[in-house]
Ligand binder design. Structure first.
Ligand SMILES: *[C@@H]1O[C@H](CO)[C@@H](O)[C@H](O)[C@H]1NC(C)=O
Ligand SMILES: *[C@@H]1O[C@H](CO)[C@@H](O)[C@H](O)[C@H]1NC(C)=O
Ligand SMILES: *[C@@H]1O[C@H](CO)[C@@H](O)[C@H](O)[C@H]1NC(C)=O
Ligand SMILES: *[C@@H]1O[C@H](CO)[C@@H](O)[C@H](O)[C@H]1NC(C)=O
Ligand SMILES: *[C@@H]1O[C@H](CO)[C@@H](O)[C@H](O)[C@H]1NC(C)=O
Ligand SMILES: *[C@@H]1O[C@H](CO)[C@@H](O)[C@H](O)[C@H]1NC(C)=O
Ligand SMILES: *[C@@H]1O[C@H](CO)[C@@H](O)[C@H](O)[C@H]1NC(C)=O
Ligand SMILES: *[C@@H]1O[C@H](CO)[C@@H](O)[C@H](O)[C@H]1NC(C)=O
Ligand SMILES: *[C@@H]1O[C@H](CO)[C@@H](O)[C@H](O)[C@H]1NC(C)=O
Ligand SMILES: *[C@@H]1O[C@H](CO)[C@@H](O)[C@H](O)[C@H]1NC(C)=O
Ligand SMILES: *[C@@H]1O[C@H](CO)[C@@H](O)[C@H](O)[C@H]1NC(C)=O
Ligand SMILES: *[C@@H]1O[C@H](CO)[C@@H](O)[C@H](O)[C@H]1NC(C)=O
Length: 821
């Protein structure tokens, strides 16, 4: 530990240094990480990765002229917390400040190497960020030499596709594969251990440019996606829960990060950019929608990272909001990990949003004090002869010297960082992952999971007269048209991707089954949009297909002797009203952005090798919808004064839905039966649990206790039932059983319905699968009342199991809930 006088000396030195720095004419410039810097640091990383895959290696210390045994932080028999305290204790204030950015400087003086925090693994290891280095030079410039050559990794379908599978096993398996490939990359000196995935912001508005990266519009589905993906990324067999052990010290395979917290989902719409946008959000929407997936990600997934977003929430930048960071995430949800800023989010507070006219030092101090632990930088401050600096390491010393930033706050941030790195085996390695290498990347098993996942997410939107599947023995040739028939990797792979193990276009996939020929009497059109239209930093102008595509599709429909097949590639929904009932457009498939194996997945569905079972994870609106509400209005419920119609399936029941949330057909027919024992529940309402509700004006009498507050309620009551799913057709198929609850009809401003549970099951032809459900009454029937409490309303709620094809086979039953005082 640095004794106090020494500390004072450092502050004095820092002030001097600052004076010196300010005397230097402004040669400092801020810019994107230059290639030269990438090279320099890569050599470092490579060197570190080449010889050593752990910090605490006695030979490594010896090479640096240090004796490892004099550093208790390397003593593996001490608790992590003690080791981290020791490590931070060795560091000077300047060294500490130098480790607040994602390209950390380490502290070579005491054996701590630099570490690059920024890796991405949204749906496979991504080239985005400075740490991951594929040798494929299409991917990124820089020094790629490492222990082996790795050109590519497994690229899964984009998250919106995986979400459409509603298959929790798949979500977890994807996380497991990504983390295995990540550990292999790390061992080869080509990647990091900390991944800034998943993206779990709900898709509030159909124009959002990042819908493709997310699990869709339902907060519970997004939360379940997060929990499974994070557990896949992080959990090590034998260490998969905190029971008995210290959750802060639970070893993890890789670190996942729930982003972007919070109320972030405007990228750039009519000049409202994410850097300056102030999301005005009610506490009710916050609790009910915006925070819910994050709470599940942190509490149930035990994610070790959270990323705060660029936008402000009710006036305060998310990354400087002590209530959101220290209060909600760290104290209430008990985050065992670190909080990182979205890249340049702290810089943006002064450069772009000019928040409170803060200086760089003010903003840095405010962010750290609010609970930020790490500054991600997209632009770097570069000065000759000095290390690259992110915003916090640039301004940190001035903030300390000016009395704005406490050293103890810096220590807290570093503690959260190093505890995470300890858990990752960065200091000691994790034996069961130490031998992963290039042969563990793009294995047959990983590639077949990518293919299977892509197939599971394909949604059949129309199938007039059972036109699909095509029988390749009868239809010997097809004509293939449309801009996505030969979709390049950058369309099929979507966003946050790396080079795929293998890449199959839709046309190549089709050609595995039949001949492709312009004479053919069957036409398949591959259309949709791409990342020019929907992407990070760019929201959509409308929900339509590019005009010439519509004209082309109608042309082919007209001239083709038979109805044509339309395949749509997109993340968000597309208004294809013209095709929905068109007699010459016989079948429509939505394939999202299905990744490296996408062409095969689509062909397997078209030719009946796979029976589609995906359901839409977001509402497909007609274009008219967007003219009724600006993207900047954050409310979910309708705003009658302004004519705003309400958002998502939970609050919009107007006419402008083309395909609803949960929609999806199959080549077979599924019928439901429900059996349940008890449909009447009594909750104890003792101890002041009663809350008032708003009722519809037509309601004459209301119960004495209108609702119980679930906060502090034991809430062990459950409702159990079985859904029998009968496959009444001649083809095996996967089917998603989607269970909603519907609040009592007399309650005002309640959701129309809300997802309470779901389960994907395989049902062989002409057989029945019985799926048991047990719903916790408070979780499943709870609604968020006006003052943001979650309450269970008195009265008759309903359980609704809706078939994706809106056929009569949906079932429902009432659940009467009352209270005993
Ligand atoms: C890349 O790094 C390797 C290993 O550290 C080094 O030998 C090589 O010279 C570097 N290449 C370039 C072009 O900098
Ligand atoms: C490591 O810590 C343990 C427990 O405190 C201690 O017994 C041991 O001597 C330490 N090892 C070294 C090399 O200092
Ligand atoms: C990384 O590179 C920097 C600058 O070249 C050097 O000072 C530092 O010692 C290197 N670190 C390691 C671990 O090699
Ligand atoms: C956005 O700003 C640019 C430049 O000021 C302006 O030309 C453009 O019309 C604006 N767009 C919208 C949709 O307001
Ligand atoms: C933010 O501010 C910086 C510095 O003034 C400027 O270079 C950058 O273009 C701005 N970004 C946006 C999105 O306005
Ligand atoms: C920021 O500075 C501008 C220009 O000096 C001033 O008009 C404005 O009131 C200041 N804003 C705040 C929040 O202090
Ligand atoms: C990679 O790992 C496998 C399995 O542990 C091993 O058989 C193989 O020799 C390793 N390859 C290299 C190049 O180290
Ligand atoms: C992936 O890497 C392997 C091995 O280097 C190579 O054979 C293959 O062509 C690459 N695939 C793609 C799509 O680049
Ligand atoms: C398509 O053309 C082939 C060969 O001309 C013919 O045998 C087949 O019946 C046609 N299919 C349809 C659906 O019209
Ligand atoms: C539609 O128009 C754009 C821009 O003119 C062009 O790049 C694209 O190839 C056209 N697409 C089709 C399907 O004709
Ligand atoms: C209903 O009760 C019977 C008999 O106790 C039991 O076998 C069955 O599993 C129960 N069903 C449900 C849905 O709880
Ligand atoms: C769910 O995904 C897993 C992993 O891909 C797969 O094995 C399983 O068959 C899928 N379940 C259904 C019902 O499709």
């Amino acid at each position: 530990m640095a004794p106090l006088p020494f500390h004072h000396l450092l502050v004095a030195m820092a002030v001097l240094l600052l004076l010196l720095c300010s005397a230097i004419p402004s040669s400092a410039s801020s810019r994107t990480l230059p290639a030269s810097a990438a090279t320099t640091t890569t050599v470092n990383v490579t060197r570190f990765g080449k010889a050593y895959t752990k910090v605490c290696d006695a030979d490594r210390f010896a090479e640096m002229g240090l004796d490892m045994s004099s550093f208790p932080y390397c003593n593996a028999s001490l608790p992590y917390a003690d080791r981290v305290r020791d490590l931070i204790g060795w560091m000077t204030v300047e060294e500490k400040v130098g480790n607040l950015g994602d390209i950390s400087r380490g502290a070579p003086r005491v054996g701590l190497p630099p570490y690059r925090w920024w890796s991405e693994g949204l749906h496979g290891i991504s080239s985005t960020g400075p740490s991951t280095l594929f040798d494929d030079l299409r991917s990124k410039p820089g020094n790629h030499s490492g222990r082996a050559t790795v050109n590519n990794g497994t690229v899964f379908a984009n998250v919106i596709n995986s979400a459409a599978s509603f298959n929790e096993t798949l979500w977890m398996s994807i996380g497991q594969v990504v983390s295995t490939e990540a550990r292999a990359m790390y061992n080869l000196g080509k990647g990091g251990l900390t991944y800034w995935s998943p993206n779990i912001n709900v898709v509030r508005d159909p124009r959002w440019g990042r819908a493709l990266e997310t699990p869709g519009e339902d907060p519970l589905v997004a939360g379940r996606y997060a929990v499974n993906f994070v557990r896949g990324m992080q959990d090590i067999p034998g260490h998969d829960d905190g029971t008995g052990g210290d959750p802060f010290a639970r070893p993890i395979k890789t670190s996942a990060c729930c982003k972007h917290y919070a109320a972030y989902d405007v990228d750039d719409w009519h000049n409202h950019t994410r850097f300056t946008f102030d999301a005005r959000v009610s506490e009710r929407d916050m609790a009910e929608t915006f925070l819910r997936p994050f709470e599940m990600c942190v509490r149930e997934g035990d994610a070790s990272g959270v990323m705060c977003s660029y936008n402000r929430v009710n006036g305060v930048p998310a990354c400087a909001d002590a209530r959101l960071l220290s209060g909600t995430v760290r104290r209430d949800w008990q985050l065992h990990g670190y909080i990182v800023s979205d890249c340049d989010a702290v810089r943006v507070m002064t450069d772009n949003a000019t928040w409170l006219n803060y200086t760089g030092a003010d903003a840095s101090a405010a962010a750290l004090r609010a609970g930020l632990d790490l500054d991600c930088a997209e632009s770097w401050i570069e000065e000759k002869g000095k290390p690259l600096r992110d915003f916090l390491s640039e301004h940190g010393m001035a903030a300390v010297a000016g009395g704005k930033m406490r050293e103890s706050d810096i220590d807290g941030a570093l503690r959260n960082q190093y505890m995470t790195l300890m858990r990752l085996g960065y200091f000691d390695n994790i034996p069961q992952y130490a031998s992963l290498n290039e042969t563990d990347i793009c294995t047959d098993e990983h590639r077949s999971l990518a293919l299977d996942g892509a197939r599971q997410g394909i949604v059949l939107l129309k199938n007039h007269d059972g036109m699909l599947p095509l029988d390749p023995n009868k239809i010997l040739a097809v004509a293939v048209h449309g801009p996505h028939a030969r979709a390049p990797e950058k369309v099929m792979d979507g966003d946050y991707t790396g080079p795929p193990c293998r890449y199959v276009t839709p046309r190549q996939g089709i050609s595995q089954h039949v001949k492709i020929s312009h004479k053919a009497n069957m036409t398949i059109y591959f259309g949709g949009i791409n990342l020019h239209i929907e992407r990070e930093g760019n929201d959509r102008e409308d929900l339509l297909l590019p005009k010439n595509q519509t004209a082309q599709i109608l042309h082919f429909a007209k001239v083709s002797p038979n109805p044509i097949i339309l395949v749509i590639l997109s993340g968000g929904g597309i208004d294809i009203s013209f095709a929905q009932k068109h007699p010459k457009i016989g079948a429509i498939l939505w394939a999202g952005y299905p990744g490296g194996e996408g062409g095969n997945a689509i062909a397997d569905v078209i030719f009946g090798r796979y029976n589609p079972g995906g359901r839409l994870p977001l509402t497909w609106f007609k274009n008219k919808y967007i003219h009724q509400i600006p993207m900047t209005s954050m409310e979910f419920r309708p705003v009658p004064e302004l004519g705003y119609p309400g958002r998502t399936y939970k609050f919009y029941d107007g006419p402008d839905v083309l395909y609803p949330f949960g929609y999806g057909l199959s080549y077979t027919k599924f019928l439901y039966e429900v059996s349940t024992n008890g449909t009447s529940v009594t909750l104890p309402a003792t101890g002041g649990h009663c809350k008032g509700l708003s009722y519809k004006p037509s309601v004459a009498t209301t119960p004495a206790c209108q609702a119980v507050n679930v906060d502090g309620h034991a809430c062990a009551e459950t409702v159990s039932f079985n859904i029998s799913v009968t496959n009444a057709g001649g083809r095996d198929g996967a089917h998603v059983v989607l269970v909603y609850t519907v609040p009592p009809p007399e309650v005002a401003q309640a959701p129309i319905k809300q997802v309470a549970a779901f389960q994907r099951v395989l049902v062989p032809a002409r057989s029945t699968a019985t799926v048991p459900f047990t719903l916790n009454v408070c979780k499943a029937f709870g609604i968020v009342e006006r003052t943001a409490y979650t309450v269970v309303p008195s009265g008759v709620s309903k359980v609704l199991v809706e078939n994706g094809d809106s056929s009569s086979s949906s079932v429902s039953f009432p659940v009467k809930i009352d209270f005993s005082v």
